[in-house]
Design a protein around this ligand. Sequence first.
Ligand code: PMT
Length: 445
Amino acid sequence: MSQLLLQNRKIVLAITGGIAAYKTCELCRKLIKNGAQVRVVMTEAACKFVTPATFAALSHHEVMTDVFGDAEGIDHIAITNDADLLVVAPATANSLAKFACGIADNAVTTTVLASACPVVVAPAMNTRMLINPATKANLKTLQERGFYIIAPEEGDLACGDSGMGRMRNVDDIFAYICALLNDHVALPYQALPPTCLPSPQEPAALTQTKLLPKSHGAGLKIVITAGPTEESIDPARVITNKSSGKMGYALAQMAATMGADVTLISGPTHLATPNNVKRVDVTTASQMLDAVKSQIGQANIVIGCAAVADYRVIEPMSTKLKKEETGEFLTLELVKNEDIISYVGHLDEDRPFTVGFAAETDHFEENAREKIANKNLDLIVLNDVSDPEIGFNSNDNAATVYGPNGIVTSFGKMSKVKLADLLIELIIAEYKAKKHQEQDDSKSK
Ligand code: PMT
């Protein structure tokens, strides 16, 4: 990946009064390290948490804290004139309310009101403030006006409580900014608790037109399997696994964000359907196979992220098993399910670019190499599911991607959303490279 993701980008970083302001120091440092030119604006309240001198040192520029002040060459009207993005982090409930009402009573609110570029806000507040209908309505208003909202996350809050409302971590905010400035216009944070924010929806058409999507995925049809499958034992019991669907849904969201036509074939999950994604719900492995078969016509890429049950009960009971009748031991007779991604990988005609996942707990490389060969895959994404912090149901993941000739790349621990962004970009690039190669080969014949 390029080291300077934000080369020559001009970003105005606005800070309002919350404890999360300390994290914005790291964000500022990271933006600059990645090539951005950063100018900082702070409210008076923000200066109580971190001094302007800190941000002046980090950004190498004087900080604007006062509309009537005389910070070197900047004022609240001009500061965003040539900026690519205005990022408010943290954005307090109070400031969000002011943005929604068009109030301009300090350096940040005035800058936002006069902004000539798109605005991203990263809210940070106590949970009760976040779920207050007033805040929700303000966020909805801002979203409808084209503000980008980076949903807060769950965690310890400054007030001593723990809950939803903590400002998103710096890596996620950074990834979001990079995604906005480099590729996408849609919001990647689909899995928002519905109580805390307006229901996820496409941002209103941008009135600020500086951001145009690159749309790597435009014209591509991508089919993704996600979540677990469930195999019946009896009407009350199933064989399933710990997959939450988060990784697969994040992939679907990012693929759609990049302009692809995405079909998500999902086992049972509690997740909302990502924006602009067609979802097909299934329960069992054989239903998932049927759904894949019916959806892969014209698919360019198929990604098998689902944790498919390898076996099913040969004859599920039609009535509930009674332990009084089964006794001390119960033996279930299982039969192997067909391997879905292997079926796709071995198609003779119209075989799509085929990507599997390998969920491993040991002998990682060996198993990944075996699976890519046996299932005839173009890529396999190896992840360690023995670590609860990056495996099933976690918000983070880490992965090593293998091609038929060995390791393609590795991604360290990061949010599944960010990993999905990187993986989809990689998968599309590899798909296109393979297509070009095939075209070159057929020309030279
Ligand atoms: O859903 P989350 O909680 O976010 O967790 C994400 C994940 C850990 C489930 C995901 O990242 C992952 O690793 N998915 C693959 C899980 C799996 O079944 O791995 P496997 O090594 O058993 O299978 C290898 C590949 O074969 C996978 O692409 C799988 O989808 C596919 N397979 C397996 C069996 C089968 N009958 N049909 C298949 O298509």
